[in-house]
Design a protein around this ligand. Sequence first.
Ligand code: C2E
Ligand code: CA
Ligand code: CA
Length: 363
Amino acid sequence: KECLRESDTVARMGGDEFTVILTEIFDVGSIERILQKLLRTLATTFRLGDEQVFVSASIGVTMYPFDATAIEDLFKNADQALYVAKGAGRNRFSFFTPALQEAAQTRVRLANDLRTGLVEKQFRVVYQPIIEMSTGAIHKAEALIRWDHPQRGLVSPAEFIPIAESSGLIVDIGQWVFQQAAAQVLLWRQSLNPDFQISINKSPVQFNRDGNANQPWSQQLQALGLPGQAIVVEITEGLLLDTTSSVADQLLDLRDAGIQMSLDDFGTGYSSLSYLQKFDIDFIKIDQSFVRHLIPNSTDLALCKAIIVMAHALGMRVIAEGVETAQQRDLLAEAGCDFGQGYLFSKPISAVEFEAFSLGQPL
Ligand code: C2E
Ligand code: CA
Ligand code: CA
């Protein structure tokens, strides 16, 4: 209220959602000044008794009567703009635009199509080789899903995985990927290398929403006659930051079955060290954003080196993602990085292509 005028309205919609109605606004500039002030004010420290607390806010903005005239539509617009603001990080605002609306409609349509896609077998799994730096050997691969949409063509997992997560369908999709990858690693342990290992991405939503829909991976592997070592689960830091006891139990179950764990996209989140040990992580995957700009004497190189030294000191091994050039590979190898993955070695490829690729390489 301190940031607003008498004529403006502030309402709490429930939970942590509020609505502000600004009237008598004549230019966008003055809206932005008010929004900045709101964000700045909310970002200051608040005292609650003896404690200092920090909050942040995200704001979605829509304009009456330009964007819509019905109250329901105005709310929907503001929500879509809010979604974008949240996606961009904390302490942001975003204005509603027709393009946003289109993107929101696409999300709704894709969410419906995902279900059909699973039934109609529009998905496939590709495998990207993970190369041992010191020998060039390939006995690991990451399983990555692909969606051949009948109208849209290839849809990137970066686009549809978040939609599958918010609709909960990721549980079924993830189970399907697991089955494909498990069947594949069974074959490759016979034909390529007895220690072959496939890593599978598992989203936090799969840990939190699986319920008892699927048997634990440990049991599914056992039923296939596969040891836990055949599989690595790739998780992100977010999962470890606020673990419920159910998530912690599932992680323990994986570990007890000998299934190893990789921490994906390392360096992009909180990068807190304490839980790496607490949860017994086996591999750290350095995010592509550090590898992309690797040149001699760069800060990114210093960061990569630090991550590698730290990981080794904690008994973990390191996989660098997104290795695209020979220089990046050489700098990483020199820094002691254990494994590399990226277009320099190979893009993610079909199982058949993978076999041809790996037979041309030392095993
Ligand atoms: P991710 O787990 O970080 O996977 C690595 C991504 O980097 C893949 O994108 C891969 O194709 C890409 N990549 C590999 N090497 C290079 C390189 O040298 N340069 C560049 N620019 N990119 C490279 P992709 O396959 O599009 O997957 C995107 C994300 O979607 C994955 O990121 C992962 O978070 C998610 N995803 C993919 N498949 C699955 C799945 O089966 N389950 C779940 N839960 N998530 C999945
Ligand atoms: Ca991954
Ligand atoms: Ca990654």
